[in-house]
Ligand binder design. Structure first.
Ligand SMILES: *[C@@H]1O[C@H](CO)[C@@H](O)[C@H](O)[C@H]1NC(C)=O
Ligand SMILES: *[C@@H]1O[C@H](CO)[C@@H](O)[C@H](O)[C@H]1NC(C)=O
Length: 338
């Protein structure tokens, strides 16, 4: 708003400079007319000029790069064939749909360090030119933003206002809710109406928005399925969505501790996609270390890779197949070794 008022000010300023205190009257008049015309023209294209510098809720700043997203998912998200498939299909399908009936709601589940945050960032980076720094991307971490259970009522109001305010200023807004399992059930309930099939609410349509929920809920079930496959000598890549989907939604649904079940998110089918993240194996941790080295412009030194991989802890105790923390601590461990 503030910025839109500026051109008018400039014009007033420019005109007063030209028309006052100038000795060469006739010329100044024609200059004034010419300038006014030029400035009026400028004003007409001004919104676009503004948007070429400042982030706007327009195509120059918000455009899905599906090829790019596919490339990053396939090249930098390790060991997650299911998440890669589901995310790509869900997000691309949604942004290409001119008339979605509801906002896109993704629920990402899995063990810590398996790539849930990474995937949310990848989506943001390929949908918004400014990526995670975009003013249209909003991230909430339960324990940081809503830490006190006794403030729940003010959190509810605040969160509703934020979501409403942000979606009214840009329909294509992205909301990422981290640590969903630690979120107060009442708080989840408060955003439920935004996820529903309403055409508008108080004049605001939420149908272009994207909500991503991250949680560890279901992680144990997913791990169990992965372990069963391993024990049966089957390939991890053979795990299909149907092997996990019911297991995950049932566990999330029945887990009274997770808070998730309280809400009718699942009950009412407000979640469009459950995205399972499998526990990472040693080879995936290796890939993470190499990728991290690459992003720091370092050679993939085998000694360093081995050192980091060996420092991580693995489970189950005997077989030591999966990394306890996925790739989560790779970055820090690498800091120490470099
Ligand atoms: C889409 O992403 C790919 C890979 O990251 C990149 O090479 C390409 O320039 C991007 N296209 C646009 C239009 O930004
Ligand atoms: C949008 O959300 C952010 C939190 O991410 C909040 O600080 C801001 O006030 C919201 N904007 C509006 C217009 O409500």
């Amino acid at each position: 708003m503030r910025l839109h008022q500026r051109p008018a000010l400039y014009i007033a300023f420019a005109l007063s400079c030209v028309s006052t205190g100038n000795a060469i009257e006739p010329i100044s008049t024609s200059i004034a007319v010419g300038m006014a015309a030029a400035l009026t023209g400028l004003l007409a294209i001004y919104p676009n000029m503004l948007c070429s510098i400042h982030e706007c809720c327009q195509e120059e700043w918000i455009a899905m790069n599906s090829t790019g997203l596919k490339e990053t998912l396939e090249g930098k998200l390790f060991g997650q064939h299911l998440a890669t498939q589901v995310i790509l299909k869900a997000v691309t399908g949604f942004v290409n749909n001119k008339k979605p009936k509801k906002p896109l709601v993704l629920s990402l589940h899995g063990w810590t360090g398996t790539g849930k945050n990474l995937v949310s960032q990848m989506i943001a980076e390929h949908l918004y030119r400014k990526g995670m720094k975009s003013g249209f991307v909003h991230q909430f971490v339960s324990t940081a933003h809503f830490p006190h259970a006794d403030h729940i009522d003010s959190y509810k109001d605040q969160l509703q206002q934020w979501v409403r305010g942000n979606v009214s200023s840009c329909a294509r807004s992205l909301f990422i809710f981290d640590e969903m399992d630690k979120m107060h059930p009442g708080l989840i309930d408060s955003i439920k109406p935004f996820l529903d099939y309403y055409e508008t609410m108080d004049g605001v349509s939420y149908r272009q928005a994207i909500f991503i929920f991250l949680s560890n809920a279901g992680g144990e079930k997913i791990t169990k399925v992965a372990l069963d496959f391993w024990n049966e000598g089957k390939k991890r890549e053979e795990i299909q969505l149907k092997d996990l989907e019911t297991a995950v939604s049932l566990e999330v649904f029945n887990n009274k501790k997770s808070g998730f079940w309280h809400t009718s998110l699942i009950d009412k089918n407000l979640v469009d996609f459950f995205v399972p993240f499998l526990p990472l194996e040693i080879k995936h941790v290796r890939m993470c270390v190499k990728e991290e080295l690459k992003s720091r412009n370092k050679k993939p030194d085998e000694d360093i890779v081995n050192a980091v991989v060996e420092e991580m802890t693995y489970f189950p105790k005997e077989e030591k197949i999966f990394s306890d923390k996925g790739c989560k601590t790779v970055e820090k461990k690498l800091d120490y070794h470099l």
